[in-house]
Design a protein around this ligand. Structure first.
Ligand SMILES: [Zn+2]
Length: 503
């Protein structure tokens, strides 16, 4: 890989070099709880790679599998008020569990619909496949029959690649019982097409109903087990490239199984696979069900999508990304993004590695910078409380209205760091002799010259600059610290401030 390339560029390069058109990138996930930043990467990363392929003038399809035939195995924290309603459905495929809110077709669809909304917000446009539909249409049938026919070899590959012995009653398929559950069944016998099953497993969160029944593959009342289902969907989609988190890439992980099943058993070509790191919150994996870290639903109210995208695509792909979304950290990210917007896209080849990566990450995240300075808008809005006026004063009308919902959310949630949070208090608090004297002596200027004039005044009058600033902050915002004084006075205007201070 070229040192200077962004990961999406070199992966796109590999696809074009090693695979044949039409290119296909695939991905997928089980939508069983609210989205978090890690979930976002599951569709954001493939989308970024697809864009990089298309940028080179090639066509690439993107299929995203919603794995909602998986068993519903726990009630997410935010759904706890519906526990009584949901409990009887534990063990059923997510697509067969009713949505307690009544909004979506099923419980699995409820979270899939949330993911679709996010895709739209982040400009990700995959073909979303509800995998249960592919099963219903029989797309998986020939593979189910293949694995049943080669049951012993298949089992051996799984045991060798996972390093774990499977139970005696292991089967490549998981039947869905008449009671609706998929988690509690096992196959007792089969002839490659017809099979007999019993629903008697105890999976801790639910138990089988005891029913013994018969079905056939062509009835589509089954799902293939995960370690086989994964390689199969790639055959169905015709995948050229697909990634997975590092947890799938450990020794004994499902990536190893996938490769051997595809190459040795199915005798098919293997796709290019890449792996990506975890999104961490203070060292722990973000978790949709356990409520660790900030949910995406929350973070999108605080930051425009392009900044979140930037934050996720800028680091190296295999690196774990620790995101602790405090207001200080988010402000730092915003400033980093604003800085990246000023890097010249036409001069990528002349940039050093870190700059080039920032510039590419910016270009991936947005096609246009929509505001000038988040901090200025935040500062001016706290003074003027009127977006039109803020836009006019900062000569950034578009930016003011674009960031309006986010800044208002920061204020409503009291999310602003202490140093940037203030209420204009001039005239409402007593002012010192130093402040009086300083204010009378200035007549205007920009933020920097005002800032310097405070220093000069302090020096000329033998006052500690720190003390002088503290007295000024007291007079203007009624507390000893705040946003940069030069900026603050510039924002207020010297004349207005004098007037309000009664000078
Ligand atoms: Zn049953």
């Amino acid at each position: 890989m070229s040192e200077h390339m962004h990961w999406s560029e070199w992966l796109a390069g590999r696809v074009i070099e090693e695979k044949n058109e039409p290119y296909v990138i695939s991905g997928g996930m089980t939508t069983s709880g609210p989205a978090h930043l890690g979930t976002l990467c599951e569709f954001l990363f493939p989308s970024v790679i697809r864009d990089a392929i298309e940028k080179r003038g090639k066509k690439c399809s993107f299929y995203f599998a919603a794995d909602i035939l998986d068993a519903f195995d726990g009630v997410p924290v935010e759904m706890e008020k519906h526990t009584e309603f949901l409990k009887p459905h534990l063990g059923k495929p997510l697509c067969d569990v009713p949505d307690p809110t009544g909004k979506s077709r099923s419980f699995g669809d409820y979270y899939l619909d949330e993911a679709r909304e996010l895709m739209e917000k982040f400009g990700v446009k995959p073909v979303v496949v509800r995998i249960n539909e592919y099963y219903n249409e029989g797309k998986f049938d020939e593979y189910a029959r293949f694995f049943l026919k080669n049951e012993n070899e298949t089992r051996m590959v799984i045991e060798q690649t996972s390093g774990k012995e499977e139970k005696k009653d292991w089967s490549p398929i998981m039947p869905i019982c008449e009671c609706g559950k998929i988690a509690t069944t096992r196959v007792i016998s089969h002839d490659g097409e017809n099979y007999e099953y019993i629903c008697d497993k105890d999976v801790k969160y639910t138990k089988g109903c005891g029913h013994r029944g018969k079905n056939k593959i062509s009835d589509h009342r089954y799902k293939i087990v995960w370690r086989l289902h994964w390689p199969v969907w790639k055959q169905i989609f015709g995948t050229s490239i697909e990634g997975a988190g590092i947890d799938h890439h450990t020794k004994g992980g499902s990536e190893d199984t996938c490769e051997v099943i595809t190459l040795k058993l199915m005798k098919k070509d293997y796709h290019i696979h890449y792996r990506y790191g975890f999104i961490l919150f203070q060292g722990k994996k973000y978790s949709k069900s356990k409520g660790i870290g900030m949910g995406v639903r929350e973070i999108v109210t605080l930051l425009p999508a392009e900044i979140i995208k930037y934050m996720l695509v800028r680091p190296d792909l295999e690196e774990n990304i620790d995101i602790n979304p405090t207001s200080e950290n988010l402000l730092r990210t915003i400033e980093d993004f604003e800085g990246a917007s000023k890097l010249e896209q036409g001069k990528l080849d002349e940039m050093g590695r870190p700059e080039r990566k920032r510039a590419i990450a910016f270009a991936i995240s947005t096609n246009k910078m929509r505001w000038k300075s988040f901090l200025d808008l935040l500062l001016y809005y706290q003074i003027y409380q009127n977006w039109e006026e803020v836009g006019k004063k900062l000569n950034d009308n578009e930016g003011a209205f674009y960031l309006k919902p986010f800044i208002e959310e920061w204020i409503a949630r009291d999310f602003i760091p202490e140093d940037y949070r203030f209420k204009y208090q001039a005239g409402k608090v007593p002012i010192s002799e130093n402040v009086k004297k300083y204010m009378v002596g200035i007549s205007g200027g920009d933020a920097l010259s005002i800032h310097n004039s405070v220093f000069e005044f302090a020096k000329a009058n033998s006052i500690e600059p720190k003390q002088m600033f503290a007295e000024l902050y007291q007079a203007v915002i009624g507390k000893p610290k705040g946003p940069r004084m030069g900026k603050l006075i510039e924002a207020l205007g010297v004349e207005r401030l004098k007037r309000d201070l009664g000078l």
